[in-house]
Write a protein that binds this ligand. Structure first.
Ligand code: NDP
Length: 246
């Protein structure tokens, strides 16, 4: 197991992609701190990991709440002494065309998807830098690469994560912290379960591999980026989308 003795924090670990990432990192031997909004969901992920022989704990917090994130990060660092791996995966959508988008929906998405990354990195990068080893993986989206009608807030937050990824990679490289992003296409989770049949067919027509992705397709890439095999990779955005965006 490549991540034995590592402590990994995964946000949005309660469901979908975050659940798969947490499970995989635990299978690689990391102790996983499962974070999500509700204790029910991150608690269920931690329990599933512990029941299958891994090691995990659950921590409910609203990742857009800077002071709450700072308090949780402090208590986790006191308990574990370090967090080696940070996966910023928690995210929401509040779709709508720009002419009808409320300021509240703009702000909620930017705060949850982008400002949350700032809060976690502010609180966890310093101890990573001290130990001269760290992995930060941000889950962005193809929407952040190419834009998507109806998602001005979401695409902006995800494009912001790309800028953040590249900047942090430059700032933290001298401390042996790598910072990369994964840009999923359409992945089968609660986030995409509301798609109607017609939209689904249109999406499938644009995916050369002719299927929606599974959360495990993303988790495998995250596994790799967190491993020692990826020590020479930083500042990169890896698209995992069945070939949709080339
Ligand atoms: P889901 O909606 O299935 O799960 C989202 C997770 O994020 C949940 O665990 C949820 O917590 C958590 N979360 C949301 N808001 C907050 C918050 N304010 N504070 C703490 N936790 C929060 O999403 P997916 O698994 O589909 O998506 C995961 C990531 O991947 C997102 O960043 C998304 O933008 C990105 N992505 C997804 C794609 C897809 O097709 N599914 C495509 C491209 C990118 P709780 O369980 O407690 O509600």
């Amino acid at each position: 197991m490549s991540l034995e003795n590592r402590v990994a924090l995964v946000t949005g670990a309660g469901r979908g992609i975050g659940h798969a990432i947490a499970k995989n990192l635990a299978e690689e031997g990391a102790h996983v701190l499962c974070v999500s909004r509700s204790e029910n969901s991150c608690g269920a992920t931690a329990e599933a990991i512990n029941q299958s022989g891994g090691s995990a704990t659950s921590h409910a917090v609203d990742v857009s709440d800077g002071p709450a994130v700072a308090e949780l990060a402090k208590s986790l660092l006191e308990k574990h002494g370090k967090v080696d791996i940070l996966v910023n995966n928690a995210g929401i959508t509040r779709d709508g065309l720009i002419l009808r988008m409320s300021e509240e929906n703009w702000r909620d998405v930017i705060e949850t998807n982008l400002s949350s990354c700032f809060h976690w990195v502010k609180n966890l990068a310093h101890p990573m830098a001290r130990q001269r080893w760290g992995r930060i993986v941000n889950i962005t989206s193809v929407s952040g690469l190419v834009g998507n009608a109806g998602q001005a807030n979401y695409a902006s937050s995800k494009a912001g994560m790309i800028g953040l990824t590249k900047t942090l990679a430059k700032e933290l490289a001298s401390r042996q912290i790598t910072v990369n992003a994964v840009a999923p296409g359409f992945i089968e989770t609660d986030m995409t379960s509301g798609l109607d049949e017609k939209t689904r067919d249109i999406i499938l027509k644009n995916i050369p591999l002719k299927r929606l992705g599974q959360p495990s397709d993303i988790a495998h890439m995250v596994d790799y980026l967190c491993s020692d095999k990826a020590a020479y990779i930083t500042g990169q955005i890896f698209t995992v989308d069945g070939g949709m965006v080339m």
